[in-house]
Design a binder for this molecule. Sequence first.
Ligand code: SF4
Length: 228
Amino acid sequence: MTTGNTPTSRGMSTGEISEMMVTARIMVMKALQVNARLTEEYPDAHCALDFTTPFQLAVATILSAQCTDERVNKTTPALFALYPTEEEMAAADLTDIEAIVKPCGFYHNKAKNIQAMAREIVGHGLPDTMDELVSLPGIGRKTANVILGNAFDTPGLPVDTHVKRVSNRLGLTTHQDPVKIEKDLCEQLPEEEWTMFSHRLIYHGRQVCQARKPNCERCVLEDLCASR
Ligand code: SF4
């Protein structure tokens, strides 16, 4: 049995361990409060990308890299009208895909990845696990989390630039690495909240806690925020 400051096998005293547990519990309570207030503030928060199938969401998410969701939503109707499924996208002429997705930027790479991803899933559809999704061309962890949470109703917490900035300002994480931020936030919230929490932070980052000049005076999280 360990007592007071007796070192454990991992080199931490029991005092340090209980301090860590108290801090973790405080972070959980804070994250729950943040989530509750943002739920009230943004009752309609949702995925801003238009899609009707998991495949189409994967395509839209690939296109959204370094591009606004509005621009993607203006681009995908023409793309999905011609190539609504992985079968049609796989068989398309690459230069035709490029011409349509050009307004989204980085169109050579995006078109190439979209077609390569489509070709890999022909016959069996888009997979619904993180490991399988990230093995596909053009799909990283953030995109996989978007797909899991919004197309498969499977908990996923995408960390984009807004989630990264707002969660750091609030003090819910001290990390800059998206994978570590995702881990911190996922530990603080029940998994059924992960996807919507990401949407809510994105809404808040766009509407109030903007990168250049956060509007703290009208922020419902001001009293909880580590930056204030
Ligand atoms: S108080 Fe300011 S910095 Fe903190 S979350 Fe709100 S807008 Fe962002």
